[in-house]
Design a protein around this ligand. Structure first.
Ligand code: ADP
Length: 560
């Protein structure tokens, strides 16, 4: 069916019921105006024709002026088939029309016919109008879709751009940001999973960073020098201690071959062996510094990854200068002590052999030898006494017997003891002590020994009729004791060394005076154990001043 006919068929069926109802209610009286209304509504010409062919109503014409329509083809066809459709030129209206008619039946009986007509030119104009409206609407919808698409696309593009920026951050190890909700891009699950990975990576990265910082701190604080190299022996890490120990100018050597930083063959050979043989190598090197030397224990250990593949080596440098020095001091001390003991023992042996061999020796000579024997045995005894004191001071119980010591009383007692040999040399010992009592927490026995040694030396190394002064000064923080004499004095070189064990300015003089060469090293040891110090100022021929400084709080109060 033609589009026009289809729409006319729908219209005629719709109108049918309305016209039947009208005819039933009102007859054909007001049918004309009712038809006109419907026509205006549907833009159709409507005609109602009685079953005998009389026109009862027509929307465009006066029915009274219209002839019988029973012979019209569309009415004929409608009466036979129930629907009649034709197209012909209307002489009444002077236009080409398409007609469609159907019978109006009630209870199976035909009451009338209803016909609708539409001018083909009108329909074409309407179609054209509708088509252009359709085109306009389509263009409008297309433009609207384009605009909406553009807005949507730019929003999505922004989201995509943001997504890419955040992903780039992730690949650079920055996990603070999160991917935006990418639901509109259909990536909601993926973005959530990536965010989850980012959260976990952030936690892992912060843990790794924490561990790395901790390691770096340990690395920096280590006393041992540490250098980390890869398989090509390129420096990866150097800690401050290594820079200091090897006098590497700076850590700018990181990234350079180790042979540029270390020019010591022993160290580089050890490293080479460790890498090539996958072993731990050990070596000891002595390096020259400006004025001194340092001894280093060097460990070179190969490094492997989790799959036991070699990945480089680490050098650990341990400064053992102090240990080797102490070892040397200990060896020297044993050698010196043996030597010091050997001399009087050899003398004792020689004297006793002489006495044993020479039976005709006279009494006077015997007396002489016995006096020498006595002197040598005293020397051995003094030496052993001093050695035992040093041994005790260096042991853990060296200074342990702390108590509240009356310093003035201690000095007065030492002076009384020293006055005996001083008196034999007509020397005067004067003291300048504070009027008020002064107490100190100290090891009284050791402090007495310190005073005895200083006064003994002052007496020994001051000529007859000399003057020895003891001056005690105390303030809130320090106790200062000066032992001054106007004796032999010593050069500045000698002043540097007199606190060393077995050092004597004049060995023969010291020995003849019963010196062991250990007195001042004992003094220094005791002073330092009390947190203090001992210094000397001296001038040859003018005398010496020994200054002992002890803190008033020796740190011993809590130990006492
Ligand atoms: P010694 O048993 O030989 O006295 P010390 O260690 O007590 O050993 O002293 C070391 C050296 O310091 C002495 O041999 C002496 O040469 C020098 N000396 C110590 N005290 C004085 C002093 N008051 N005046 C001059 N020389 C001193």
């Amino acid at each position: 069916m033609h589009v026009l006919e289809s729409s006319m068929y729908v219209a005629v069926n719709m109108l049918g019921d309305s016209v039947i109802q009208h005819l039933e209610k009102n007859g054909s009286g007001s049918l004309q105006s009712h038809i006109k209304d419907l026509s205006a509504l549907l833009s159709l010409r409507i005609t109602v024709i009685s079953k005998t062919g009389d026109v009862l109503a027509d929307s465009d014409q006066d029915p009274l002026t219209m002839d019988n329509h029973l012979r019209r083809p569309e009415i004929q066809a409608a009466s036979i088939t129930g629907i009649g459709a034709t197209a012909r030129y209307s002489t009444t209206l002077g236009r080409e029309y398409r007609y469609l008619a159907v019978p109006l039946a009630l209870n199976g009986e035909v009451l009338a016919y209803i016909r609708v007509a539409k001018s083909l030119s009108e329909f074409a104009a309407e179609v054209t109008e509708e088509r252009s409206m359709l085109i306009r609407n389509s263009i409008f919808i297309a433009l609207l879709a384009l605009a909406l698409g553009f807005v949507f696309f730019s929003q999505q593009a922004n989201k995509l751009e943001h997504l890419i920026v955040v992903l780039k951050d992730f690949t650079n190890g920055k996990f603070e940001k999160r991917l935006p909700d990418a639901g509109s891009l259909g990536l909601s699950e993926i973005s959530e999973s990536i965010n989850q990975i980012a959260r976990q990576s952030e936690i892992s990265f912060s843990r790794v960073a924490e561990d790395r910082n901790r390691l770096a701190t340990v690395f920096t604080c280590m006393v041992e020098g540490v250098i980390d190299v890869d398989l090509e022996q390129t420096i990866l890490h150097v800690n401050d201690a290594a820079v200091r120990l090897l006098s590497i100018v700076s850590i700018s050597f990181v990234g350079q071959p180790i042979c540029h930083a270390i020019r010591n063959q022993t160290i580089t050979d050890a490293l080479d062996r460790a890498i090539k043989q996958n072993t731990v190598e050990r070596a000891q090197v002595v390096l020259q510094r400006d004025l001194s030397t340092i001894t280093l224990d060097v460990y070179a250990a190969s490094l492997q990854n989790d799959y036991f593949e070699p990945m480089g080596a680490v050098l650990v440098l341990h400064d053992i200068t102090e240990v080797t020095n102490l070892e040397r001091i200990r060896t020297d001390f044993v050698a010196n002590a043996s030597h010091e003991l050997k001399t009087p023992i050899a003398a004792i042996r020689a004297i006793t052999e002489t006495l044993l061999d020479d039976r005709a020796i006279d009494l006077e000579s015997t007396q002489h030898f016995i006096k020498r024997l006595h002197a040598q045995s005293l020397r051995v005894a003094d030496l052993i006494q001093d050695l035992m004191t040093i041994s005790r001071l260096e042991s853990s119980q060296g200074i342990s017997d702390y108590s509240k010591v009356d310093l003035r009383a201690l000095i007065n007692r030492a002076v009384e003891v020293a006055k005996i040999p001083a008196g034999e040399k007509n020397q005067i010992i004067e003291t300048k002590l504070p009027d008020e009592e002064f107490f100190l927490f100290a090891d009284s026995h050791n402090l007495s020994q310190l005073l005895d040694n200083l006064l003994d030396n002052a007496v020994k190394y001051t000529q007859d009729s000399g003057l020895i002064s003891i001056i005690l000064e105390c303030d809130r923080r320090w106790v200062t004791l000066k032992v001054c004499d106007n004796g032999l004095g010593m050069s500045s070189d000698q002043q540097q060394r007199i606190f060393e064990r077995f050092y004597r300015v004049d060995k023969a003089r010291s020995q003849s005076l019963g010196g062991t060469g250990l007195g001042l090293s004992i003094v220094k040891n005791i002073a330092e154990k009390h947190g203090g110090s001992i210094e000397v100022t001296s001038k040859i021929g003018a005398g010496s001043t020994f200054t002992l400084r002890l803190p008033t709080d020796t740190g011993a109060a809590t130990d006492a």
